[in-house]
Design a binder for this molecule. Structure first.
Ligand SMILES: Cc1ncc(COP(=O)(O)O)c(C=O)c1O
Length: 281
């Protein structure tokens, strides 16, 4: 497939030719869901888990679009350049309505869009990043990977305008996740991540880290983390498919522990890289 081709509603075409109607409910209401799936030199990473989450998101927004994992694989594979580390962005909206109306229109066809982009390698990963805690002002269905991301966008922007790489979101005194990542913290020697609730996205990277930690006898728990506990954490990480595992070395302008990437980060990051390579063999 030629470079820069995208998929839109059954066709593979150049990005500049991919057009949707202004009456698409994704455009009007953010009425859709999406996935971001890494693909390392032609091999999808945790493909089944990503598609499973997509199916849950579709059910969660009552969008009937049943496709098997294999059908998704066949649809997405032609977009990939197998010489590069990339990610697929897959986006499904409820479709184009005859007029703007909040209620679901009957008999419309969902819009399906997918594109592939290079994963930008995080520079100086070993130096860690700065994070800022902000009030989690999002809605109550953060477990769904909805395209309606305005709250996340504003939170991330606020973080970046103050020279932080990510917003760490706090709800009722407890950490939920990052604006575009899940959170782990090393608290009193125990690797801890908030449990799966409607307040967080069930991250695929989070799941892989839990699996790796357990397999390597690293003590890990899924437990609520108070802001007080976070402030005293020995390590804090933010994790996601495209940025993998990033250590937060400064929180709200104060050093996390020594202000350096911690020992457990090094261990888990190495195990994660090994897991990635093994699952691509
Ligand atoms: C709000 C939010 N939480 C968590 C994640 C991490 O999810 P994953 O590891 O599946 O990329 C993301 C990823 O973009 C996200 O947007």
């Amino acid at each position: 497939m030629e470079k820069n081709k995208v998929y839109l509603n059954g066709a593979y075409l150049p990005l500049c030719d991919a057009k949707i109607s202004v009456l698409d409910r994704g455009f009007l209401f953010g009425d859709g869901v999406y996935e971001v799936i890494p693909c390392y030199k032609g091999d999808f990473f945790e493909f089944d888990a990503h598609i499973e989450r997509l199916k849950n998101s579709l059910v969660g927004i009552k969008l009937d679009y049943a496709r098997t994992t294999e059908q998704w694989r066949q649809l997405l594979e032609p977009l990939i350049d197998n010489t590069r580390n990339q990610y697929i962005y897959l986006h499904i909206t409820r479709g184009v309505a005859a007029k703007r109306d909040h209620a679901f229109p009957k008999g419309i066809t969902p819009t399906v869009f997918a594109m592939c982009n290079d994963i930008v390698t995080v520079k100086n990963r070993e130096l860690g990043i700065k994070g800022v805690s902000l009030d989690d002002n999002r809605w109550h269905l953060c477990n769904l990977k909805s395209t309606a991301l305005l709250a996340n966008v504003l939170l991330k922007q606020q973080a970046m305008e103050n020279n932080n790489s990510e917003a760490i979101l706090i709800k009722d005194g407890y950490v939920t996740e990052g604006a575009a990542s899940n959170l782990f913290a090393l608290i009193n020697g125990v690797l801890t991540t908030p449990p799966l609730t409607n307040d967080i996205l069930p991250g695929i990277t989070r799941e892989v880290i839990l699996k790796i930690a357990k397999a390597n006898h690293i003590k890990v728990v899924e437990q609520e983390i108070s802001m007080e506990a976070l402030k005293k954490a020995e390590e804090i990480w933010l994790v996601s498919s495209t940025r993998e595992i990033l250590a937060v070395v400064e929180l709200d302008g104060i050093k996390v522990a020594e202000g350096k990437v911690g020992q457990l980060w090094h261990t888990i990051n190495t195990l994660f890289q090994n897991y990635k390579h093994q699952s691509n063999e």
